[in-house]
Design a protein around this ligand. Sequence first.
Ligand code: ADP
Ligand code: ZN
Length: 681
Amino acid sequence: MSGAAPLLKDVFGFDGFRPGQEEIVEAVTAGENVLAIMPTGGGKSLCFQLPALMRDGVTVVISPLIALMRDQVRALQELGVGAGALTSGNTPEETDAVWEGLEAGQLKLLYMAPERLAAGSVMGMLKRVGVKMIAVDEAHCVSQWGHDFRPDYLRIGELKRALNVPLAAFTATADAETRNEIVQKLFAGTPPRSFLGGFDRPNIHLTFAAKNSPRNQILSFAAARRGQSGIVYCGTRAKTEGIAKALNDAGQKAIHYHGGMEADDRRIAERKFQQEDGLIVAATVAFGMGIDKPDIRWVAHADLPKSIESYYQEIGRAGRDGAPAETLTLFGPEDIRLRRTQIDEGLAPPERRAADHGRLNALLGLAEALECRRKTLLGYFDESEVTCGRCDLCDNPVDTFDGTTAVRKALSAMLRTEEWFGAGHLIDILLGNETEKVKQRGHQSLPTYGVGTEYSKPEWQAVFRQMMGRDLVRPDPSRHGALRMTDAALPILRDEQKITLRRDSIKAAGSSRRPAVKAMVSDEDAPLLSALKAKRRGLAETAKVPAYIIFTDRTLIEMAETRPADLDQMAGISGIGAKKLESYGAAFLEVINGEAEMMHPQRRKLAGRDAGDVYDQLLEVQAALSRGALGTEKPLSCSASLLAKVAQMHNANADAIERILGEKRAERFGAAFLDVLQAAD
Ligand code: ADP
Ligand code: ZN
């Protein structure tokens, strides 16, 4: 389309549209009424910001959160776009400056908190300064049934009528009820042009794991991502504090957040997370709405979310900038029990409860999936064309086995004890463990007693967990959580249907492997990326803005990987438009060029040769021994040219090395260097 693509590159620095954006930008620019549903991180803001630049006059943006508005305005100003915000957080001077900018025709985007619409004078003023379009962010806030309801959003319909301009509404909430309400309240019932975007977030990696030692599982996941921003969602307030403390004790920067905190403390925590680089927040689900940090690199669930929708929304907060992001969701029988009980004991009417069990089942189905998680997840949203390769099951396909007999034995143990017991006791029966409880109830005389010795206790636990996950059995709150069979289990019990279970989750139930450190770039580019991040941090601190407002991770990663040599090449990187190139291009170029020099010319000469590898290994060995084997001696190192000579030696021996290094250095490094050379030969 005319005009949009060049602006996309010049102003925003993006080479192309994300899926769905182009059609929406076209419709909004053409002045149609639009309702666009896009996943979190799909790039909604661009869909009104770009049209605002292409259209005459001012676009008013209604957005629910003051802090986020200020960040968006800052980000636009960094792009060289005239933007301002009218919120209760403004000083009178700031407000005056915004009105002056509007009167002078310098602003293209005006962000407003919905409360502002209550002031009678505002409508007239907006008309006078030439507002030609309304954009509504988080449009689901108009829905009275959602938990984000904002009464002032109901005034937006009135604003639209008064100004008589087109309106574009954006949300990530897709359900039909909310959509209908948006159409009623914002568009006076006349259906706008609607866009329902794809739900895939291809850069987010999906992993589930059975709980085994949950705190360690979370800590090691975080440890492998040290220095990266992440969220740990926890089931309870107490756990947020415990995990934040454990992370801090492990030397990570972490804070906690939950609904029981004072409102002020919550705001402070939100701002801190939004502003700081590499901070972790351990939080309940109360955390998220006030956050649009694009560089959250990972989201972990220490406890199972309540439904597949919540799961999708929570993991969706990771990786909005499009750079790779990771997720880990832990689950276990206790989670399933808790979630079922919450539904059963909730106040919702019976049909609503059944639907909630269904949504939980969908999530459990995902947790116990036997193949690609992404296919399973998107299948729930009716998307069938899915390519993945970024989930744990695509990485390591699961080993399955015919679990029919195991499940039948478990069901039989349940039924023979009249569905009055939980998994622990049932497993004792299956294994023939003569516990007090077994003896007391005379359960050692049951026909199922001791029939399950082919599996260990953890293996049986995994079988029961999968049975709960497949909704074959449910805990009954009126029986203290005893397991009861559901109708879904009948065909298996009667041997009319087989069931396949995962084997590896049985094995994994006993082991805990430490994941390797996950880097955002290859080893080779890592030092440059940290140098670029340090530069970004410095600039952000000076400008008092969050780091991502300077450049997102994704932009820095591309810079580290492609190493632009001059400003022209720099301009080709995603996220660098004309204004940012001018503001920051030179500073970052300096870092990149500095880094190029840091790769010693001696080493550069060896690039692409085996000796280059050897050189790097020598460097590592040298670093390890720089203060001697015990780390107690005076630091010592070899010059780059000495290392290059050693790296190129053939048929090396101790004497030859000593001739090159001299006695002192040979004493410290000689033997270790020889090992490297001999391993390479
Ligand atoms: P949403 O509001 O849908 O969650 P945002 O509008 O905050 O998403 O956009 C998320 C991130 O994606 C932002 O960092 C934005 O700059 C980036 N982005 C948006 N569109 C594009 C694009 N076409 N190419 C690259 N990055 C984009
Ligand atoms: Zn997959």
